[in-house]
Design a protein around this ligand. Structure first.
Ligand SMILES: [Zn+2]
Length: 400
């Protein structure tokens, strides 16, 4: 018996003298260090650009907070890591059932930094995870909502940005907008064989969480605009010659009264506008930029320049070129809306960067509160005649 036990890796000893058998167990391991408490991790900075190496450090630190999980969700074309952070009560990715988490609570998926020179969304995404783990608001929110975050999606673009910035600190650096090959890869999200590995991360997080709402945080130039009469007007970006607002949002189905997501789109616009109305500095900048845009662009060439910021948050329907590349358009009603937020952050620092990041953060928190206010749904039980029991989860009623 001892020989058979030892052959299977057990530390067995037999003493023929008294016919005893003893089994030696491994010494107990020292207890694991306690997870970091909220007080051990300071809030990420909002007013300075975070380099990719710093973002990796923040993912590690935030991942040690209760109910936050940080992990490498993929790689880029050039082999750089793309991180994910998940905040869910019980600790997503640890000893919990992910299908249960995503079934019983709605999820918000936040994607930051698809365009690497639109810098403020990374600060906002990290600050959001910190607030979820370390503040009273966040702890209450996580009782009703899960949040998954990609804090820096385009890591190759960020490497280009970091190479260019020292010599051109005041430039908008559109060369760092796309990936390592200078390619826009929005369309690859929905391809079975995406050309670039970085295009796999957001869809993987989408499949993992089946988010009710996706927030894709972007930006537009804040300065160094192409000058009128310079003889240069890039075709696709002509309407972006001058900022139209400090922050605005692109929401699908706004212009589709026949679509079941239409009423929900308007509801989401009101939710975000109400939240931003509580930010007087953002409102003042919004008014100023909106007024300039109307005078120098919209009033002169309304066919080129869409409407400007008004008293409330400006919302637009997606342009044709990106309209079909939206998770809500492609995956409705699992995802009822994928909202793009745009702030004037190419490339800003200091107070302006902090305000841009606060704009993204305010919208994300408003969407989390909104999802949390919805009823949790109900569990239906059915007893079919053939026997057995069928359980089905019915999400709360309502457009969104
Ligand atoms: Zn963008």
């Amino acid at each position: 018996m001892c020989a058979a036990g030892r052959a299977r890796g057990h530390d067995l000893h037999c003493d023929p003298a008294d016919c005893s058998v003893s089994l030696r167990l491994a010494a107990p391991r020292p207890p694991r260090p306690a997870p970091a408490g909220p007080a051990d991790v300071a809030a990420p900075p909002m007013d300075r650009l975070l380099k990719a190496a710093e973002v990796a450090g923040w993912v590690r630190r935030l991942g040690r907070l209760p109910d936050v999980c940080g992990w490498r969700a993929g790689s880029t074309w050039q082999g750089r890591p793309v991180w994910a952070l998940e905040a869910a009560l019980g600790g997503a990715g640890k000893m919990v059932s992910l299908p249960r988490l995503r079934l019983l609570k709605p999820t918000l998926l936040v994607n930051a930094r698809h365009h690497a020179n639109e810098i403020s969304s990374t600060n906002a995404a990290l600050a959001l995870v910190w607030e979820l783990a370390a503040t009273e608001w966040g702890r209450a929110a996580l009782k009703r909502v899960n949040v998954a975050v990609v804090p820096l999606e385009n890591a190759d673009g960020v490497a280009t940005l970091e190479a260019l910035l020292p010599g051109a600190a005041d430039h908008k650096l559109h060369a760092a907008r796309y990936n390592a090959l200078g390619v826009e890869w929005y369309g690859d999200y929905f391809s079975d064989a995406p050309r670039f590995p970085e295009a796999r991360v957001k869809p993987a997080l989408w499949r993992r969480w089946l988010p009710r709402i996706v927030l894709d945080a972007h930006g537009v130039p804040s300065h160094e605009w192409d000058q009128p009469f310079s003889g240069y007007a890039p075709g696709r970006f002509r309407p972006y010659w001058i900022p139209r607002a400090f922050i605005y949002a692109v929401i699908p189905f706004l212009d589709r009264p026949d679509h079941p997501g239409h009423a929900g789109a308007h509801e989401l616009a009101r939710v975000m506008a109400r939240a931003l109305a509580g930010e007087p500095e953002i409102e003042a900048l919004d008014r100023e930029l909106g007024s300039r845009y109307r005078r120098y662009a919209r009033n002169l060439a309304p066919d080129t320049f869409p409407p400007a910021a008004s008293k409330t948050l400006m919302v637009l329907a997606p342009e044709d070129r990106i309209g079909g590349l939206n998770f809500a358009v492609r995956r409705f009603p699992v995802t009822v809306s994928e909202i793009i937020t745009e702030v004037t952050d190419e490339v800003v620092s200091g107070r302006l960067l902090a305000l841009c990041a606060r704009g993204h953060l305010t919208v994300a928190k408003a969407l989390i509160d909104f999802l949390g206010r919805r009823g949790p749904g109900r569990l239906d039980r059915a007893h079919p005649e053939s026997g057995g029991l069928i359980l089905a989860w019915r999400p709360a009623a309502g457009g969104v």
